[in-house]
Design a protein around this ligand. Structure first.
Ligand code: SF4
Length: 374
């Protein structure tokens, strides 16, 4: 299976934690949409086979007008049959969700919403510089149900500083009352170049302690699992049969093709990433100058990536598959490292699969790095 990703690099305002590629100047929105369709046209022979998902992410794709969305969908229809895809997702922000928008999204074949909720606490939303409030969150969830989006996901952020004094039980129970089929729950990370990064540099941001992060992570996992959600990836939960095709393709290292500024692709063992600058993207796609960079992954890069992505998922990675790509000597080295992490209670080996112990799941990047050195 394979997927398509379209990056819409515009937001009304910058959230204080966000380091994705976006612009808050919306002036070039329609022009950029037209250049995305040019990129689709230029790369129509590169589309992978067996596409099962289309994902519009950002940025804030729900900022696009109906006309701009139609331009993108019509362009894709020249290359693929959108109605045959299993999953067609668009990221929406709560303040953009209304009856007219949902009607339109259904009419063009969108069958899954990913709603950027983050919190139901107005104080927390304001602190993050989210544009919406709790009322808008609740209305968007109600409308998603009313418009029979059986499949909708919400994003939620935990791991915020203690002074916010959040009541997670209250927030989570309010959200799951609306039965989202999928929940992506991320620990707040402080990235360089963001407003929070700037506060951290000035030592003006209170950090959460590791022990508290772990407590919140384990509490969320238990709370959501007891409500019927499968914790299938470190940051993702789903009701039965509602795992995200888009995300799962990525974790399984299946091919995907990405369009728009900053979008990544993974095709025929090559990673490629478009320039993360709207004006440059428009200029270079227009003049057919190179607007991307790429790199061919070595078989060792692919092994390391399989380990890293596998440790993020509940099922882990298949040891035989990894060994089949390594020399005897490297197999031995990897085996020693695995045994050490099993001793440290980070990893478990079961039926030839290696996976993270849930209590230590937040350390999956560390564990992957330890195993990488093969
Ligand atoms: S979190 Fe989403 S809405 Fe906020 S700035 Fe980043 S991309 Fe835009």
């Amino acid at each position: 299976m394979s997927g398509i990703y379209i990056h819409i690099p515009f937001c009304k305002q910058a959230c204080h934690y966000c380091d994705f590629h976006f612009s808050t100047s919306l002036k070039s929105k329609t022009t950029l949409v037209n250049y995305i369709t040019k990129e689709i046209e230029l790369r129509k022979k590169e589309f992978p086979n067996n596409i099962n998902s289309l994902y519009l992410g950002g940025g804030t794709p729900s900022l696009l007008t109906n006309n701009e969305l139609s331009i993108i969908f019509n362009s894709l229809k020249q290359v693929i049959d959108i109605s045959s895809l299993k999953e067609v997702t668009i990221e929406v922000n709560p303040e953009d969700v209304n009856r007219e928008k949902l009607n339109f999204l259904k009419s063009i074949g969108v069958n899954r919403l990913s709603i950027g909720v983050q919190s139901t606490n107005d104080k927390v939303l304001k602190w993050m510089n989210r544009i919406h409030d709790k009322q808008q969150v609740l209305l968007s969830l109600k409308l998603a149900k009313e418009y029979e989006f059986e499949n909708f996901s919400i994003d939620f952020i935990y791991g915020t500083p203690p002074f916010l004094n959040r009541d997670y039980e209250k927030e989570i129970s309010t959200l799951i009352e609306h039965l989202p089929s999928h929940i992506s729950s991320y620990h707040l990370t402080i990235e360089k170049g963001t407003y929070f990064g700037h506060l951290e540099n000035k030592k003006e941001l209170e950090n959460i302690e590791d022990q508290k992060s772990e407590q919140e992570f384990l509490w969320l996992s238990k709370r959501l699992e007891s409500s019927g959600y499968n914790h299938y990836e470190i940051s993702n939960f789903s009701l039965a049969g509602k795992q995200s095709f888009h995300n799962s393709n990525y974790w399984k290292q299946l091919p995907y093709i990405g369009f728009g500024p900053g979008a990544h692709s993974f095709l025929k063992g090559k990673r490629r990433w478009n320039v993360s600058n709207n004006a440059q993207y428009i200029k270079r796609v227009g003049t057919k100058e190179s607007y991307f960079e790429d790199e061919k992954l070595s078989s060792l890069d692919l092994v390391n990536e399989t380990i890293m992505l596998g440790l993020r998922t509940k099922d882990g990675f298949d040891l035989d598959k990894i060994y089949s790509n390594l020399s005897r000597n490297k197999q031995k080295i990897l085996n020693t490292k695995i045994q050490k992490l099993i001793q440290e209670d980070l990893l478990t080996l079961k039926e030839n699969n290696i996976f993270m112990n849930k209590k230590k799941w937040l350390l999956s990047e560390y564990a992957a790095r330890e195993l990488f050195t093969v």
